[in-house]
Design a protein around this ligand. Structure first.
Ligand code: ADP
Ligand code: MG
Length: 395
């Protein structure tokens, strides 16, 4: 499974056009980038290419447009990139136009161009070779730095990497694969996974892939309630996936003491900001009440296990962190991970909502690595091969 990819470091770059797939899929608000995290994450690769005299041509998707849609143009990302680079960036509105390749050749050494949203073309999501050829004509080598899009076989992530050689990994891609892959392949032990989120159904393959690799899985979120039901407990109106209770039972038996369920729950009559809550042992959830967070006692237990680990991977919030006070458990886990990082524990956060929760707590710089790819990190941790990675050259 372990594969060494051909790196950007060592590629011949001077004067060559580097076609770089980045992930500029940023949230927009009123036509401006509301969160530039993903753009900033691609800067090491972009700057490296600039410094070595490459002509840099960037490809990205944004949102889920069905064909050309001005409200999902990459132009706001171009503005933000210009601000971050402190230099003008060329915008290529039509990569299929006859003069697109000429424009890329006329870029100055170290110059940067951004191609309009790849998803404006139906061929993108169809992994269409014709569209990939048009993209390939814009570069002399291909660099994939879009880990967050690597789980999709699209024209700009997969087909183009098979056409334009060399096809190498960018620095963000390398960092993602080294942290996530390192945890799976050679974790410093104890290796603890913290899993949460709404649905156990979306995390089954993750649990199955992690179980033989980890020393413990700490379970929070609504997911815990399906396990509670499997233990025969009353779960009130908590979110339970009835059709997964039997599977949860099997996982409990398989996992033995590795699977750590919350000892206590924070419950409420409904999900509402600031509503009255109670903290109860997990076998005391009354009818009519729902679990929306882990209890403080469980926070302390999880924090202690995180502190005693050498590697921690976290996917999925511990509660409904969008609705205070049910953000308490998630924040506690984020703080425990930040404290662990400071003592040398390798801490990796995967999953879009978990990453958002860490950012909300202002702790993203206190983790070893926060993945920029929600879906991609989940699939990677499930042991799946990512098509965008598979298409890249071996070292
Ligand atoms: P990630 O994006 O990090 O992989 P998920 O998408 O699996 O995480 O889960 C995130 C969602 O889980 C959040 O919207 C959160 O509100 C929800 N959630 C967590 N705990 C509970 C709970 N006890 N009841 C209902 N929803 C929950
Ligand atoms: Mg999510």
């Amino acid at each position: 499974m372990k594969r060494s990819l051909r790196s950007l470091d060592g590629a011949v770059l001077d004067g060559r056009r580097a076609l770089v797939r980045v992930d500029f899929n940023c949230p927009l608000k009123d036509g401006v980038v509301a969160d530039n995290t993903r753009i900033r994450a691609s800067l090491p690769t972009i700057r490296y290419l600039q410094e070595r005299g490459a002509r840099v041509v960037l490809l990205s998707h944004l949102g889920r447009p069905k064909g050309p849609d001005p409200s999902q143009s990459l132009r706001p990302c171009v503005t933000e990139l210009e601000r971050l680079l402190g230099a003008p960036v060329t915008f290529l509105a039509d990569p299929l136009g006859g003069d697109a390749a000429t424009t890329t050749k006329r870029l100055a050494r170290g110059g940067v161009a951004v191609v309009e949203n790849t998803r404006f073309h139906p061929g993108e999501e169809q992994n269409d070779p014709a569209l990939a050829r048009s993209f390939a004509a814009l570069g002399d080598l291909y660099v994939n730095d879009a880990f967050g899009s690597a789980h999709r076989a699209h024209a700009s992530t997969e087909a183009v990497a098979r056409l334009l050689k060399p096809a190498v990994s960018g620095f963000l891609m390398e960092k993602e694969l080294s942290y996530l892959g390192g945890a799976l392949e050679q974790p410093a032990r104890p290796f603890v996974a913290v899993l949460g989120g709404a649905k156990v159904s979306g995390k089954i393959e993750l649990i199955e892939h992690l179980l033989p690799r980890v020393d413990a899985i700490l379970v929070g979120g609504a997911m815990a309630c399906t396990f509670f039901r499997a233990l025969g407990l009353e779960t009130g109106t908590s979110l339970v996936e009835e059709d997964r209770v039997a599977l949860a039972r099997t996982l409990i038996d398989q996992a033995g003491s590795k699977l750590v369920l919350p000892a206590g729950a924070v419950i409420a009559l409904r999900l509402e900001r600031g509503i009255t809550t109670r903290s109860v042992p997990r076998d005391r959830i009354p009818a009519g009440w729902a679990m929306y967070d882990i209890s403080e006692e469980t926070e302390r237990e999880f924090a202690a296990r995180i502190g005693a680990a050498r590697t921690v991977v976290w996917n999925g919030p511990m509660g409904v962190f969008e609705t205070p006070p049910f953000d308490h458990g998630t924040r506690a886990v984020a703080r425990a991970m930040a404290a662990a990082t400071a003592t040398g524990v390798v801490t990796v956060v995967g999953g879009g909502d978990s990453a958002a929760a860490v950012a909300q707590a202002g702790l993203q710089d206190k983790m070893s690595h926060v993945s920029t790819g929600g879906g991609a990190s989940l699939e990677f941790l499930e042991g799946k091969e990512l098509p965008g990675v598979a298409a890249l050259d071996d070292a």
